[in-house]
Structures are given as structure tokens and as C-alpha cells.
Ligand binder design. Structure first.
Ligand code: GLA
Ligand code: ZN
Length: 695
């Protein structure tokens, strides 16, 4: 938008006046409290369908008119939602086709949310009708700044309409049954299809073993959900082309490939709910053999550091979706959530710290679910800015007000960019293929964790990282890490080869180059199309039982400077060198002495290949080495203590360096969970683009 307003960071969140329409004094009070908390944006109407259309075709916008007018008068921006995240009961009753079917083909009853059929023409029509009215009514409204389309798209539907849509999507994709049968290798167990109507979505009662089918089903669910989003956004684009569109994504949520969505949204954004103050890191990084207390092991009290690292990964992923443009933290909780196994409070300081962490990684907003706690319903004990106590004299409210003040003070950060020379590839299709195959070990087959661990090895040195998928151009990076690049799409190997040939450094690992985009194994030896780059042939993969280990023994004089030994668990690949040199070998078992870490010169660049899953200390030392070798520096000149992280944004004139202490003790001159911002003259010009600040 051609908006000459001064740069400002956004602060606010989901506000649900529709839950309080019979209590006008509560809404008045909210406006008083918005000001105290420094709120300048609210997301409204997210689940308001029954208040907007209480009966079919009878619309009531009177309350929303008044809310929008009051927001405009107060100078607060509205992120106006489309209501499709929860369908009205009258609609489900009249049109049962909008109810989702599960994989067992039974149809759900009405209830919950995020559960409509995304194929149903009726639901699409109903959503388009109400969205058309919303866009027509509010397109020119002063308060409207952003469309918040639906809420957390996700899930899948197996109804007859979706089955038909799946078949027609397959027809488009393959052209002929012959091609489909070949791609899915259907002669195995006599699965050959002779008619399109024989194809059914995966089901525990039916087909669950055909991995080509399962992978395509995931692709279809993604495309069909996207298609629904495009359909419901059409009236918004048509009637209101000037207002940007955002959706609240869910980070690494496995059900959708957000790279396919990114071109169709104007702003990337996600709902971030880290598990702060857990006493272990098992669900993220901790718990692996060999992680030392200093590294943040389960007993080190550094679970928050692990969680900060994982959150940093997702922030970087979200930013990368839109080429590094400022993104939005669309939801977070100011205190606790209500859906984790244990819903801890944020310790004093943590709310400001976690909010600043998002800003430091390129967000231009800090937003919450939700503004005011509901008295009833499923989320009445979910944290909110305004407690059931109903006033501002609560610890949470005061911490939120601190964030509001803090964001106002650093408003000039808005629009600035993060620049990274390191890329950690995270690829949804690759994840689907890895999650889907039978074979090797299942227990430790956690692709996301593999990516997070590598990312963390750079993060702990405050080295900026992007998180692209495998289809991006890598030319502007110095270091690319592609953990477990099992499924290699057409063109990926060529782009990686060009990147390395020109002097880039690439790190590959076991599980690489095993299947093509159709999930068929590469012939002629793994890592398939990456073999020339890796300079080796991976002949076999030996998975270890939980508790079994091997050791990685560095070779004397190895250029990485590895010394001693490093624990190996879960996966050991057995490779033959074809131009690569061994830097370390296995210490145990019948393959002791065989290469476990290699390096290959390719053109002007280098390819490291890690054949086994090791303790993270090895990843740390390897990433330190490649950064030195490739001339990649930390964003902060001093070495920071463990758990203290720096991130940089720049507008080309000023570098904004955020220093954040994720330790529950003081460190680097910062209190427990403390943070500070340093401004420096910009080190070098950046492609700052303040015109793109949102919304
Ligand atoms: C999601 C949803 C919100 C709310 C929060 C609770 O992010 O979008 O409506 O349910 O979770 O944490
Ligand atoms: Zn359906």
C-alpha cells in the first residue's frame, strides 16, 4: 500500500468482541486497555460466522460496523478475518456435504472447527458469498489494513467429492493411467489400476501401502486446500486489491507445503507457541547421546535454549517463504497455552524476550491469541492479555504493556531485513517421502529435528540462516546444508552443482538422493543425482537400535580439526569414495575404518558428506569450520556465552542487532531472559525495502 505512515511495529492480536456483544461495557473497557497495552492492530471476526450470518442469507454486520468505526477512530488497524475457520451449525445441518469425512470414510458431525470439506461447492459458495459482502462493505474502511483469511488451514477430507477431485487432479498430473501405474509401481502386489474410479485416497481400511499414492495424496490435500483459499480470497482480491492478504501458518506443520502458498499470500506469518520452561528437551533437541550439559542437554537446565533454537528455525523458515520480506508473528501467547501436556507460565522477562526474538528474525509484528480470556468454551484457560480478573493489574498485562512500549521505541526496525549467507534446506515433499517409507529405522527418523539440529549449530554462533526448500536458487549463499535430502526433485542437483562449482560449500548427509519426485528409487547407486557432487557411492545403510552406538573417529590431520571421538546413533551409511576424501571413519562394528565423514572438491567449492547420525557436537564443529573456511561471520563480533544469541536486521543505514539471553541465569551482562538492542551504522548496503513494510 502506498502508506506514508512512519515505520511502526505492529502489536495486538485476536480480539473477539463477537463473544461479548451483550456486554457493551466490556468492549468499552477493551478500548481503554488497548491504549494501555500499546495495541495498534487487532484481528477480528476470525470465528464470527454465526454472528455475521445467523441464518442462511440473513446477514448482520451492524456490530462489526460499529467495531470497525471505533477501531478507525482509535487509530487501531483491523486485520479483518474471513470466517471460514468454523462453519455454522445451520449450514452443516442443511448441507451435510460440507462436513468432513475421515480416512475411514465416516462423516463427521458438526462440532469443533477447522473441519469443513475444502472441495464442497456449497461451502465454497457460502464462503465466497460472505467474503464478498465483507470485502464490499469494508474495502474502503479506514480501519482495514489486512485480510486474515480463515484460520490455520489444515487437515484433510476423504468425502466422495474429494475422491472425485483427487482423481481429476491425478488425471491432470499423469495424463494416463499407464503413466500413473508406472509412477506408483503398481505391479507390486498387483495394485495396477485399470480405471480411474478404482483409485481411492489412502485409508487404514484400504490402501495404505502404496507410497506413490500416499505422497500424491499429500500433494493433493495441499493443492486442494490452497485452491479453497484462492477461491475464498477471490472476492477480496477483486473488490479490494489494495489490502494485503495473510494467513496464519503453523510453522513446520506437516500437512501443507507452505512454499506453494507463499506466492499467493502477501505477507508470511505464523502462530508460534514454544514450550518454554520444560524440564527436558526431548520433543525438540535434547536427549540425544553425547549432548553435553554445556550444549544444552536434558539435565542442563537449558531446555529453553533448545526451544529458542527450534523457534529460531521456524522464524527463519517463515521469513524465507517471502524472500526475506518482513513477516508477521500472527499469534503467540502472553502467558500459557491450554493444549500442551503441561502449560507453563512464561517466567518474568520471557514474554518480552520471545516477542523480541520474532522481531529479531524479521517479524514486523507481535500478536496474540487472544486479547481477552473467554468465560467459557474450550480455551477459557488459555493465556490472554486480559485475564478473567478483567483489569490491567495483572503480571501478564503489565508484561504485554512492556512489549507494547518496547515495540514503540524500536519502531524504526520495521521494514528492515535479515540477510543470511547460510541456508538450511527444509523441504515438505522431502519430509512427506521420509515420513512415508517403510524401511531402515523408524524411531529416530525425524527429518525436522535433523534440520533443526543443523540450524542450531549455526544459530549458537549467531550466524544468520535462511530456511529455503530445495527448489530455490542457492547462488547468493556461501554455505548450504541439505540434511537428509532423500527426495530429489528435477533441477535440484543441477542448481546445487552450479552453486558448489562457483565456490559454495554444501553439506549433505546420509539418506540423500534415494528417490525421485515420484518416490521411485534412483537407479545406479545412491545418492543418485547428488553422487557427482558428493564424490561417493552410498551402498548400504545400517540403522541402529535405540541405545546402540558407534563412534566417529577423525583421521589425523583432518582439515576440519576434529579430534577425539564423537558418538554415533541411529543411522550409519556405508560409502565408497569416488573422488571424495575421508575425514573420519567409523570406530566400531564390522565396518570400523570405513568413511563416516568425507569431503569432495567440486569445481571451486566443497561438498561435505556426513554418513552417520552423530552427536550435535560434531555438527557444531563442522559448521564452525565451514563458516571459517567460507568466510561467514557471526552478526556479533564477540563470542557470546551458550544460550545467548544475536540476530541482525538492517535497513541499509542502521544495523539493528538484538542480543538475547535464553538462560534462566544472567549472562553477557543481561539478566535472566533479558535482551537488548544495539544500533550500529550499517556494515554494508542491504536491499532494504521500507516500501514493503506491512501492512
Ligand atoms: C491456534 C489458533 C487459535 C487458538 C490458539 C491456541 O493458533 O489459531 O485460534 O486456538 O491456537 O493456542
Ligand atoms: Zn471433502
Amino acid at each position: 500500500m502506498a502508506n506514508p505512515a512512519p515505520r511502526a511495529l505492529l502489536h495486538g492480536g485476536d480480539w473477539n468482541p463477537d463473544q461479548w456483544l451483550d456486554r457493551p461495557e466490556v468492549i468499552d473497557e477493551d478500548f481503554r486497555l488497548f491504549e494501555l497495552a500499546g495495541v495498534n492492530i487487532v484481528a477480528i471476526g476470525i470465528f464470527a460466522w454465526t454472528r455475521l450470518e445467523p441464518e442462511e442469507g440473513r446477514y448482520d454486520f451492524s456490530w462489526l460496523d460499529s467495531i470497525m468505526d471505533r477501531l478507525a477512530a482509535a487509530g487501531i488497524k483491523a486485520a479483518l478475518a474471513t470466517p471460514s475457520g468454523a462453519k455454522p451449525a445451520w449450514m452443516a445441518r442443511k448441507y451435510p456435504e460440507i462436513l468432513r469425512c475421515g480416512p475411514d470414510r465416516t462423516r463427521d458431525f458438526q462440532g469443533g472447527r477447522h473441519n469443513h470439506c475444502y472441495t464442497s461447492p456449497v461451502y465454497r459458495r457460502k464462503a465466497a458469498e460472505i467474503n464478498e459482502r465483507l470485502a464490499g462493505r469494508y474495502a474502503k474502511h479506514d480501519a482495514l489494513s489486512l485480510w486474515h483469511v480463515s484460520n490455520e488451514y489444515g487437515g484433510e477430507c476423504h468425502c466422495p467429492l474429494c475422491q472425485a477431485a483427487f482423481r481429476s487432479w491425478l488425471k491432470d498430473r499423469y495424463g494416463s493411467l499407464e503413466a500413473l501405474n508406472a509412477a506408483w509401481w503398481t505391479d507390486f502386489w498387483s495394485h495396477r489400476y485399470g480405471n480411474w474410479d478404482e483409485i481411492e485416497s489412502p485409508s487404514p481400511r484400504g490402501e495404505s501401502s502404496l507410497q506413490g499414492l500416499s505422497l500424491d495424496w499429500r500433494r493433493f490435500v495441499d493443492r486442494q486446500s490452497l485452491d479453497f483459499f484462492l477461491a475464498e480470497s477471490e472476492p477480496l482480491r477483486r473488490l479490494n486489491p489494495g489490502t494485503p492478504i495473510a494467513i496464519n501458518m503453523m510453522g513446520t506443520y506437516p500437512g501443507l507445503d507452505y512454499w506453494n502458498w507463499a506466492p499467493h499470500v502477501d505477507v508470511a506469518g505464523w502462530d508460534s507457541y514454544p514450550r518454554w520452561h520444560a524440564n527436558h528437551g526431548n520433543e525438540t533437541l535434547g536427549g540425544e547421546p553425547g549432548r553435553t550439559a554445556e550444549d544444552g542437554g536434558p539435565s542442563s537446565g537449558m531446555a529453553d535454549v533448545d526451544e529458542a533454537a527450534r523457534t529460531a528455525f521456524v522464524h527463519d523458515l517463515t521469513r524465507s517463504l517471502k524472500e526475506g520480506r518482513p513477516w508477521m508473528l500472527i499469534e503467540s501467547t502472553p502467558s500459557q497455552v491450554n493444549w500442551q501436556p503441561v502449560n507453563r507460565l512464561k517466567a518474568p522477562g520471557m514474554h518480552l524476550l520471545s516477542s523480541i526474538q520474532a522481531i529479531a528474525h524479521g517479524s514486523d509484528s507481535v500478536m496474540y491469541f487472544q486479547w481477552r480470556k473467554s468465560r467459557g468454551g474450550p480455551e477459557k484457560f488459555h493465556g490472554a492479555v486480559v485475564d478473567h480478573a478483567g483489569h490491567e493489574n495483572t503480571r501478564t498485562f503489565q508484561e504485554v504493556a512492556d512489549v507494547g512500549r518496547g515495540l514503540r521505541e524500536i519502531g524504526d526496525v520495521a521494514g528492515s531485513r535479515v540477510e543470511a549467507e547460510v541456508a538450511i534446506v527444509y523441504d515438505w515433499e522431502n519430509r512427506w517421502a521420509i515420513d512415508g517409507f517403510y524401511g531402515f529405522g523408524k524411531a529416530e527418523r525425524n527429518y525436522e529435528r535433523a534440520c533443526v539440529e543443523f540450524h542450531r549449530s549455526f544459530w549458537r554462533r549467531s550466524i544468520a540462516c535462511d530456511v529455503p526448500n530445495q527448489s530455490q536458487d542457492f547462488g547468493h549463499y556461501k554455505v548450504v546444508v541439505a540434511p537428509w535430502l532423500h527426495l530429489v526433485k528435477p533441477g535440484t542437483a543441477e542448481r546445487l552443482e552450479a552453486f558448489v562449482a562457483e565456490g559454495g560449500t554444501l553439506i549433505l548427509t546420509f539418506f540423500s538422493g534415494m528417490v525421485d519426485q515420484g518416490d521411485l528409487c534412483f537407479e545406479g547407486g545412491f545418492p543418485g543425482p547428488l553422487r557427482r557432487l558428493a564424490g561417493l557411492w552410498s551402498e548400504e545403510l545400517d540403522p541402529l537400535w535405540p541405545g546402540q552406538t558407534n563412534r566417529l573417529l577423525p583421521l589425523a590431520g583432518n582439515p576440519v580439526g576434529l579430534r577425539g571421538e564423537y558418538a554415533i546413533d541411529s543411522f550409519c551409511e556405508l560409502v565408497h569414495l569416488e573422488g571424495a576424501e575421508a575425514l573420519a571413519s567409523y570406530g566400531d562394528d564390522w565396518y570400523a575404518g570405513r568413511p563416516a565423514l568425507t569431503r569432495h572438491r567440486f569445481g571451486k567449492g566443497l561438498v561435505y558428506y556426513l554418513a552417520a547420525r552423530t552427536e550435535t557436537r560434531l555438527l557444531d564443529e563442522l559448521s564452525d569450520h565451514v563458516c571459517r573456511e567460507a568466510g561467514v561471520g557471526s552478526v556479533w563480533p564477540e563470542v557470546l556465552p551458550p544460550g545467548v544469541n544475536a540476530q541482525k536486521r538492517s535497513d541499509g543505514t542502521t544495523d539493528f542487532i538484538f542480543i538475547m539471553n535464553f538462560n534462566r541465569e544472567g549472562a553477557a551482562g543481561l539478566p535472566p531472559y533479558g535482551q537488548r538492542l544495539e544500533r550500529r551504522p550499517a556494515a554494508r548496503s542491504q536491499n532494504a525495502d521500507p516500501a514493503r513494510h506491512i501492512p
